[in-house]
Design a protein around this ligand. Structure first.
Ligand code: FES
Length: 145
């Protein structure tokens, strides 16, 4: 059911934890399954993501997608981080079962929420970033998938 990569990131998650004094923090939940994901970003003066951590209270696929998402955004600029969509995370994990697609959406939205928080704190605008949702519903999934 799950790819080897999903199992690897689930059993051995990368970047789990939190950051002291993060540049931005984003928290997103899914009311339907009750899962919550929080992403912490450390962004330097050149707008490069130096470090990224996550805390996920959720299913195994949510843990695996958080882990992969943090790996993918690390070292990227804030603009490049916007290319880390749920599809990109799923591809990097060699796919997810259809019922688990919403888990990867949490990762995308949590990154966006953390970037949004960073932009708000610094009074900047990130091109292509709109205010993220706090909660992902099924309807949103269909729209974005
Ligand atoms: Fe909801 Fe995975 S079941 S995030």
């Amino acid at each position: 059911m799950y790819s080897e990569k999903v199992m690897d990131h689930f059993t051995n998650p990368r970047n789990m934890g939190e950051l002291d004094n993060p540049s931005g923090v984003g928290t997103v939940g899914n009311a339907k399954c009750g899962d919550i994901m929080r992403i912490y970003l450390d962004i330097d003066e050149n707008n490069v993501i130096k470090d990224c951590k996550f805390k996920t209270f959720g299913c195994g696929a949510a843990v695996a997608t958080s882990s992969m998402a943090t790996e993918l955004v690390k070292g990227k600029t804030i603009e490049e981080a916007l290319t880390v969509t749920n599809k990109a995370v799923m591809e990097a994990l060699d796919g997810l079962p259809p019922v688990k697609v919403h888990c990867s959406l949490l990762a995308e939205e949590a990154i966006h929420a953390a970037l949004w928080d960073y932009a708000q704190k610094n009074g900047i605008e990130i091109k292509g970033l709109t205010e993220p949702k706090k909660d992902i519903h099924e309807d949103d999934e269909e729209e974005e998938y």
